[in-house]
Write a new protein. Structure first.
Length: 78
């Protein structure tokens, strides 16, 4: 995931990017750290990191599934 994608998903899910769990999720999803490393780096709990990573991954998967280029046309005004 790119930094821009992460930031966009954070806005869409109203994530608190200042929270330790969101910072850990960014380290995992953008920077490629292991969850245990991100947990130690941010001080977030194991469960908080796991939940945040999955929340961002699930949002990313939904966006990719439903908004990939060419799959859906934007609605037109009647």
């Amino acid at each position: 995931m790119t930094p821009g994608q992460f930031a966009t998903i954070a806005k869409l899910i109203r994530g608190d990017t200042a929270s330790p769990s969101a910072q850990a999720a960014r380290l995992v999803l953008v920077d490629g750290l292991a969850q245990a490393e991100a947990m130690r780096a941010t001080g977030a709990s194991r469960n908080a990191v796991y939940n945040a990573v999955h929340r961002y991954q699930n949002a990313y998967a939904l966006i990719c599934e439903h908004f990939t280029t060419g799959r859906h046309k934007p609605p037109t005004n009647p």
